[in-house]
Design a protein. Structure first.
Length: 298
């Protein structure tokens, strides 16, 4: 296999990995934002900044393909919008009740499992044994990397909300998978995120947005909207067009890995031996998934 063909083969997994690396900066960006920043508000602003940015960037692609935003199939796009809109309160609600670490673990570790379970319901092939084993290893690795500590709510509401976020994320991936096979991925992601942001926009009336007037607040919002959302979902859409859903959600486990590394390097969070073991497990599992025939087939 020539070098060019080999690089093309691995393009899909690399796109997904790069996208998840960018979204993995979200937690650190929020931590560096003003103390009074509202996590729900910043989640909505991400969508309202990032979504229209994707739509604007996709205008040339739509013209080149002689398509319009209105030509996107209604049912899967509505499902994608609803899933992304549901993801925001579920994720932030789970994190608020169980702690950011536990909420992130449950959300990102459950998403690949939900994606695999949903595949037959969407008329797709069941994940193979290789995916089951590597995803299990990656989930264990994520738990070790995040290394949650005490201080979280011991109730079941938080974990249930985080599980809802994982289900919403898996549903979003399934809903957009077939659409981006026909339409420009950037346009599909842009419309889905913009629609989700509009569904949640009324909540901005009741949240505090004074932090946006500060330099740190504006910088955080712009980074989350344009880098961690617009640029990330450009890469994510291209990767999803090339990689099966189950493998895509497994590769998405790189997000909490990057978040943990940034927490260690930038915020100065505690370091432990279990984080090293977990990082090795996640990296190994992602390498296996990313090099599988399912993941590297167009």
């Amino acid at each position: 296999m020539s070098r060019s063909r080999q690089s093309t083969r691995f393009a899909g997994p690399l796109y997904v990995a790069a996208a998840m690396s960018l979204t993995g900066t979200t937690g650190t960006t929020q931590a560096l934002a003003p103390d009074d920043v509202d996590p729900t508000a910043i989640g909505i602003l991400r969508l309202l900044l990032g979504g229209p940015g994707l739509v604007a960037l996709s205008a040339r692609q739509l013209r080149a393909s002689h398509r319009a935003v209105g030509s996107l199939p209604v049912a899967p796009m509505l499902a994608a919008m609803a899933a992304m809109a549901a993801y925001q309160p579920c994720f932030f609600g789970g994190a608020a009740r169980s702690g950011v670490a536990v909420g992130t673990i449950v959300t990102m570790a459950s998403a690949p499992l939900f994606a695999g379970i949903l595949e037959p319901l969407w008329g797709r092939d069941r994940p193979d044994l290789r995916w089951c084993l590597t995803t299990s290893v990656a989930v264990v690795g994520v738990v070790l990397v995040i290394n949650p500590s005490g201080g979280a709510d011991s109730g079941v509401t938080g974990p249930l909300l985080s599980l809802g976020a994982g289900l919403a994320y898996a549903t979003f991936v399934h809903a957009t998978k077939e659409v981006i096979a026909v339409h420009p991925p950037t346009a599909v992601m842009g419309v889905a995120l913009t629609g989700a942001g509009l569904l949640l926009a009324p909540a901005l009336v009741i949240v505090d947005l004074d932090w946006l007037a500060t330099g740190r607040g504006t910088g955080a919002a712009l980074h989350l909207g344009l880098i961690a959302t617009t640029l990330a979902y450009i890469l994510y859409g291209r990767g999803l067009a090339r990689v099966p859903v189950a493998e895509t959600t497994t590769l998405s486990l790189i997000e909490p890995l990057v978040a943990a590394i940034l927490g260690l390097a930038v915020i100065g969070e505690a370091f432990s031996g279990s984080m090293v073991v977990g990082a090795v497990l996640v990296a190994s599992a992602l390498l296996v998934v990313g090099s599988s025939r399912r993941a590297t087939s167009s």
